[in-house]
Design a protein around this ligand. Structure first.
Ligand SMILES: Nc1ncnc2c1ncn2[C@@H]1O[C@H](COP(=O)(O)OP(=O)(O)O)[C@@H](O)[C@H]1O
Ligand SMILES: [Mg+2]
Length: 371
C-alpha cells in the first residue's frame, strides 16, 4: 500500500497548474502521475489582472478564489483517473494556490494565495493542506522560498555540494553543502521567466520565447544589462524573496528610459539578466560542485547555454538526480503536505528568516477517508 499525496503548484508564470501524484512509501519519492493544465483563457485573464493591476474589486477576488478552487478540484479528478486511484487512496493534497500578492518588505509582511481549499476538499473528498506561507510569516519569516526543505530531503549529497535552482516566473536557489551540519541557504535570485514572458506577450503576442530562439538571434545591450543588474535586490544579503510585484515591465521601463533598446535586443538582454542573476547567486553562496536546475526555464535552450557559460560549476537538470525538472515544485508541495500531516516543520528558518521551524499550512479535512 502506497503513501499517496498530491501536490498542486501554480507559480508566478500564471501558465497554469502542475499536478503530481506521489508515493512517499520509499526513501525517494515515486511520481505516479503528472498532469499540466493551462488556465482556461478567462481564468488566465482574470488572474493576470488580479496579480498585475492593483485595486482589484473584492467581489471579483472572492469569485476568482472560488472558481480557482473548483478548477483545481477538476484537475485533481483527472489526475486520479490517470493514476487509476480514487480519493480514498490519497492521504492529502498540498495546494500552493495562486499568489495574488507577495509583500516581504511590507510592515507587517504579507502574502496572499488563492484557490479555495474548502472547495477542493469538498469536491474531491480528499484532505487539503493550503496557505503554506503565512505560518512562516507569522513566525517572523518571509514565507518564501519554501521548497528548500524538500530540496534538502531529496537532493543533498555526502559527496558534493550542490545548488538547486528553480527557474519559474521567479528564480530561486538552495545551497546544500556536502557537510550536512552547515546551515541551508536559500533565496529568490530575482526574475526567472517572468520578464521574458511578459515582454513576449506584450511585443510578439506569444506566451514565451520557445527554446530561446528569439533571444538567441538578438544582441545583449550591455549598458542596459549593467543597469538592470545594478538593482539593489541583487546585492542584498539573504533572507530575501521577491515577485512580479517588483520585477515587472514598469521596473524594466525605468531602465529602458535611460538605455533605449530594440524590442528584440531587450528580450535577449532579459534572458542574459536571468542567467546572470542566477549565476551570481550560485557563486556568492559558497563553493558549489554542481548546479541542478528545474522549472519551466529548463526548456529555454538558449538560456541554459548562457547559464552554463556564466556558471563556475557544471549545470545539469534535476532529471538524473531523482525528480523530473518539470515536476519538482509540485512534488515539493506534496511533500510539504506530508510534513504537515505528520506534524513536522516545513520551513527552514535560515532560509526564510523565521524565528523557528513551524508546521506549515491549514488543514481542510475530508471526513470520507477510510483508514
Ligand atoms: N519550450 C519552452 N521554451 C522556453 N521557455 C519555456 C518553454 N516551456 C516553458 N517555458 C517557460 O517556463 C515557464 C513556466 O515555468 P514554471 O516552472 O511552470 O513557472 P511557474 O512555477 O512560475 O509557473 C513559462 O512561462 C515559460 O517562460
Ligand atoms: Mg507553472
Amino acid at each position: 500500500m502506497g503513501q499517496y499525496y498530491i501536490g498542486l503548484m501554480s507559480g508566478t508564470s500564471l501558465d497554469g497548474v502542475d499536478i503530481a501524484i506521489v508515493d512517499f512509501n520509499n526513501d525517494t519519492p515515486v511520481v505516479m502521475s503528472t498532469r499540466f493544465r493551462t488556465y482556461p483563457n478567462e481564468l488566465f485573464l482574470a488572474l493576470k489582472s488580479a496579480c498585475r493591476e492593483p485595486n482589484i474589486n473584492l467581489d471579483d477576488l472572492g469569485r476568482l478564489d472560488a472558481e480557482l478552487g473548483c478548477f483545481y478540484a477538476q484537475c485533481i479528478q483527472q489526475s486520479l483517473g490517470d493514476a487509476k486511484l480514487n480519493s480514498q487512496d490519497i492521504i492529502a493534497i498540498g495546494s500552493h494556490g495562486q499568489t495574488i500578492q507577495h509583500s516581504p518588505n511590507s510592515h507587517p509582511v504579507h502574502s496572499l494565495q488563492i484557490g479555495d481549499a474548502n472547495r477542493i476538499a469538498e469536491n474531491t473528498g480528499i484532505t487539503v493542506i493550503a496557505d503554506f506561507r503565512r505560518r512562516d510569516i507569522a513566525a517572523g519569516g518571509q514565507g518564501a522560498p519554501l521548497v528548500p526543505a524538500f530540496h534538502q530531503a531529496v537532493f543533498q549529497s555526502d559527496e558534493e555540494s550542490r545548488a538547486i535552482v528553480n527557474i519559474g516566473g521567479i528564480s530561486n536557489v538552495t545551497f546544500l553543502s556536502k557537510h550536512h551540519d552547515e546551515a541551508i541557504i536559500g533565496f529568490d535570485c530575482g526574475p526567472g521567466n517572468t520578464l521574458m514572458d511578459q515582454w513576449c506577450q506584450q511585443h510578439f503576442d506569444i506566451p514565451y520565447d520557445a527554446a530561446g530562439k528569439l533571444s538567441k538571434n538578438a544582441t545583449v545591450n550591455s549598458a542596459l544589462l549593467d543597469s538592470l543588474l545594478n538593482d539593489a535586490y541583487f546585492s542584498k544579503a539573504p533572507p530575501k524573496s521577491t515577485g512580479p510585484e517588483y520585477f515587472n515591465l514598469n521596473w524594466l521601463q525605468t531602465h529602458l528610459d535611460k538605455h533605449p533598446t530594440s524590442t528584440m535586443d531587450t528580450l535577449s538582454t532579459l534572458c542574459e539578466l536571468t542567467a546572470s542573476c542566477i549565476a551570481q547567486s550560485v557563486m556568492q553562496l559558497a563553493p558549489v560542485d554542481r548546479t541542478l536546475i528545474c522549472g519551466g526555464g529548463v526548456h529555454n535552450d538558449y538560456f541554459q547555454k548562457r547559464l552554463n557559460a556564466l556558471a563556475n560549476s557544471p549545470v545539469e537538470t534535476t532529471g538524473a538526480y531523482g525528480v523530473d525538472p518539470d515536476w519538482v515544485e509540485a512534488v515539493a508541495f506534496a511533500w510539504l503536505a506530508k510534513q504537515t500531516m505528520e506534524g513536522k516543520a516545513g520551513n527552514i528558518p535560515s532560509v526564510t528568516g523565521a524565528k523557528r521551524a513551524v508546521i506549515l499550512g491549514a488543514i481542510y479535512p475530508s471526513l470520507s477517508r477510510k483508514g
